[in-house]
Each structure stands twice: as structure tokens, then as C-alpha cells.
Design a protein around this ligand. Structure first.
Ligand code: G3P
Ligand code: MG
Length: 231
């Protein structure tokens, strides 16, 4: 598996509460060189959170869209962890790991551009330290228009007919897809467009080996410790 890109999905989310500082710190301690996280907007602040609702991962109730930022920050996201801001995770990862920012919510493309511009200007982050991805292709398109210097990846749960055209349109660095979609033909098309393929979510070593042998460049995993050997 040497040479493949192993991305800690929502941090080391198999063993720590997902998308929390604990999960990201744990992934870094394991030696992960890539972190993935999901961002959504609350009161124009980018928060690291996956679901539309609060129940599954916090002690809150209802929709993320209905809660004030101050209240959100009081919630327990597991093991006493708080829901982090994107800027906090970027600061933690600085100089240690690259961060795949998944633009999960509406408006996150523009807000992420604004935050990254600020961090680039302050020399707290380099464009090469981040990768933006999204299932919301319009959000990714907005991002691409405003910040073409940062790498991009569309995400697919199912494959569109115009897959090749979309890859070209995004001039993407990588494409992230559900592992069940990956075939030799799809890998060939992506390669032809200069685009690496990353599979999600892969937690079994045998499955990861099969995908890498087939030609995937890497994968998202909840258990980076199963794949990363620290020297
Ligand atoms: O970006 C890969 C993966 O994170 C997409 O699915 O639902 O885990 O955000 P999800
Ligand atoms: Mg995600």
C-alpha cells in the first residue's frame, strides 16, 4: 500500500467521535498525512459537522440550520468534545497534514474561499495544503471560479452519464467515489483526465489492497491505524 494516499475520514472516526479535534489529533498521532472533514455554515461561520441534524453525533436536538452558533458550540459531540470550526482544524493540521475540506452545506464554497484567502494572506496556510471536494457540484463550481489555485475533487455516490465531461469541467486533481462504483473502465476514464480516484469508505485491509491493485490512488478510512505504519 506504499505510495497510496490514506485519508483519515472525519479524523480517526472509528475510534474517536467523528469530526472533532480529538479525532483529528488522534489521526495525526497515528501518522495520517491526510485528514478529511465536512463543513457547513452556521451564522456565516464554517463548522466541522456532517449531518443536517444534531442527534446522531451530539446531545443536541433538531436541525443544524436552526441552532445559534453559541448554542452549537456548547454541545457535546462525544467524549466531551465540541464541534470545531474549520479554522481550528486547519490550524491543528498546519505543517503536519493536508486537509480535504468537503463542502457539505449550501454556501460553503464562497465561505471557504473567504477563510482560505485570509489564511493564505496571513501565511498560515499554503494552497497546496488543502483540497476542496463536494457532492454539490454547484458549490464546487463556485469554489473553482473564485479559487482556481486550490485543488478540487467532485464526489460521486452514483455515476452521471457525463462523468468524463464533468471531470474535465472541474479540471480536477482527484475524484472521490463510493467504492462500489470503482471499475477498471472508470479508473481509465479518470486517468485520461489526469484525475486520481479515491474510494470511500474503506475500513478493511483486503478491500483496500484490492482497490489499490485495481488502480485507485487512495481511500478514505475511519481507521487510519489499520493502514499507517509509523516508523
Ligand atoms: O468525501 C468522502 C466522503 O466523506 C463522502 O461521504 O457522507 O462521509 O461525507 P460522507
Ligand atoms: Mg465527508
Amino acid at each position: 500500500m506504499s505510495g497510496s494516499i490514506i485519508i483519515a475520514h472525519r479524523g480517526a472516526s472509528g475510534t474517536s467521535p467523528e469530526n472533532t479535534m480529538l479525532a483529528f489529533r488522534t489521526a495525526l498521532e497515528i501518522g495520517a498525512e491526510w485528514l478529511e472533514l465536512d463543513v457547513q455554515l452556521v451564522e456565516n461561520e464554517l463548522v466541522v459537522f456532517h449531518d443536517a441534524k444534531l442527534e446522531r453525533t451530539t446531545n443536541g436536538k433538531g436541525f443544524l440550520a436552526d441552532i445559534a452558533l453559541s448554542e452549537l458550540r456548547q454541545l457535546d459531540a462525544g467524549k466531551g468534545e465540541k464541534i470545531p470550526l474549520l479554522r481550528e482544524v486547519l490550524s491543528l493540521a498546519r505543517g503536519r497534514a493536508q486537509v480535504n475540506i468537503e463542502l457539505k452545506g449550501v454556501g460553503t464554497g464562497l465561505a471557504t474561499v473567504e477563510l482560505l484567502n485570509e489564511l493564505f494572506e496571513q501565511k498560515q496556510l499554503l494552497p497546496s495544503g488543502v483540497l476542496a471536494s463536494s457532492l454539490r457540484l454547484e458549490e464546487l463550481h463556485n469554489f473553482q471560479q473564485l479559487m482556481p489555485q486550490v485543488r478540487r475533487a467532485p464526489i460521486y455516490e452514483s455515476l452521471p452519464k457525463d462523468f468524463m465531461i464533468e471531470l474535465r469541467r472541474f479540471d480536477c486533481w482527484s475524484v472521490h467515489m463510493h467504492k462500489s462504483l470503482i471499475t477498471g473502465r472508470i479508473l481509465e476514464i479518470a486517468k485520461h483526465q489526469g484525475c486520481r480516484v479515491f474510494a470511500w469508505t474503506v475500513n478493511k485491509v483486503a478491500e483496500a489492497e484490492a482497490l489499490i491493485t485495481l488502480g485507485a490512488a487512495g481511500f478514505f478510512t475511519d481507521y487510519p491505524e489499520r493502514f499507517i505504519r509509523k516508523n
